[in-house]
Design a protein around this ligand. Sequence first.
Ligand SMILES: Cc1cc2nc3c(=O)[nH]c(=O)nc-3n(C[C@H](O)[C@H](O)[C@H](O)COP(=O)(O)OP(=O)(O)OC[C@H]3O[C@@H](n4cnc5c(N)ncnc54)[C@H](O)[C@@H]3O)c2cc1C
Length: 379
Amino acid sequence: MPNFFTAEHEAFRKSVRAWVEKELTPHALDWDRAGIFPKEVFKQAGELGFLGINHDAKYGGSGLDFWYVVAFCEELVRSTNAGVNMALLVQSQMATPIINEIGTDEQKREFLAPALAGEKIAALGVSEPGMGSDVANIKTTAKRVGDDYVINGSKMWITNGTRADFITLGVRTGGEGYGGISLLTFPTDVKGFSVSKKLDKVGNLSSDTAILFFEDCKVPARYVLGEENEGFYHIMTNFQGERLTGALTTVAAMEQMVEQAVRYGNERQAFGKPLIKFQVWRHKFVEHLANIEAAKRLTYHASELYDAKESPVKEISMAKLVAGDLAQKVAYDCQQFYGGMGYIEETAIARAWRDIRLITIGGGTSEIMKEIISKLVGF
Ligand SMILES: Cc1cc2nc3c(=O)[nH]c(=O)nc-3n(C[C@H](O)[C@H](O)[C@H](O)COP(=O)(O)OP(=O)(O)OC[C@H]3O[C@@H](n4cnc5c(N)ncnc54)[C@H](O)[C@@H]3O)c2cc1C
């Protein structure tokens, strides 16, 4: 595989690793138990330039290539806390890229710049109680009244939802179907907005996922992102970065799980020898390593195309599908290898096993990836 990382990428990788190991990993368990992590983490990440890696330098980003984002994702999983990882990636690679790409100067100053600095928390609001996969069926309405939109409806599963300062929000501004959807920047201090509930999840415990309500919320019409009724297209474009970073963190998480398990297997003894010396396990882990390498190459291939500003929808969908499904098997086997130790919260593999379940659901399910791929290959 070609080496996509220069000395500069590696220096950046080192700085991410140092921060993650010092500021995130030691708190992994406590933050999961608390069901939240300190807001300060956003601020720290912003100050270190980790929230605006590939964003416009004019608004506080670093304008770097995508391989820096790859390095960031790979190092972030060392936190062993998928909740904080997801929150930071929602902020940097899901809620803000579309503002960076098509926002007005005003939107970039008001929303993008403080988000990249970690001063404002961002969320992406697409899913609703009645729909997740079927994005063309968004029901939350934004009615044009003079120079404003008046928003009514609700959003569900919104990461960073309980404390977001703004939401990159999908709304219905036109008729039914994908042609009537717009994206807009929504400041959460608007009257009529409320957080209905923080959801009690089975994994990614430290990230706050919420149900949100909008009751006659008035925002200026100039907050629309791009053209009115072209939001579906922008949401689909935005999904590519979300799915690719999802695949990248999943591949890195799998590598980490096997690495941890093999280390454990060298120490733990049974029937007079280290666990790893049992052929059944060595074969299992070797098989996983081979499959992880294949998933990594596919994900890097998608990253290469994405970095070249091509539109590798098929490759990204395949990468998320392959990495997501493989990760379930890898996590199961690694956890099994730990025996009882794999079933307690203190063991990172136990947390990784429950957290990795999300990847085949969030950001587009495995079934939706298959639907996209089948359309693109023509059947
Ligand atoms: C922890 C968490 C965080 C999230 N964060 C966010 C966020 O920040 N912002 C946001 O907007 N959303 C977020 N989501 C929502 C997430 O993207 C959706 O859950 C996901 O897209 C699936 O939608 P759904 O839950 O409504 O499932 P549904 O769409 O109801 O699907 C249910 C099942 O039916 C299957 N299915 C649906 N359509 C088809 C089809 N055509 N063919 C075959 N099978 C099909 C699905 O694959 C799935 O298995 C989050 C979800 C979770 C769990």
